[in-house]
Design a binder for this molecule. Structure first.
Ligand code: F3S
Length: 61
């Protein structure tokens, strides 16, 4: 199971992660949070992390 986290201090709420992996991330008060780390394949989660403009998403396999 992947360990996924979003740094609330650096997330600017651009929502790319939610667009990329809507079953993994959700927006709460304008910031992304992890709702289900198993909601997508590790490749998709990594894609979301790489797409984040502020590198706020950390993924550990
Ligand atoms: Fe925030 Fe990055 Fe997602 S800025 S909303 S964690 S793509």
């Amino acid at each position: 199971m992947a360990k996924v986290s979003v740094d609330q201090a650096t997330c600017i709420g651009c929502e790319v992660c939610v667009d990329t992996a809507p079953d993994v991330f959700e927006m709460v008060d304008g910031k992304a949070q992890v709702k289900n780390p198993d909601g997508a394949s590790i490749d998709v989660i990594k894609e979301a992390a790489e797409a984040c403009p502020t590198e706020s998403i950390k993924v550990e396999e």
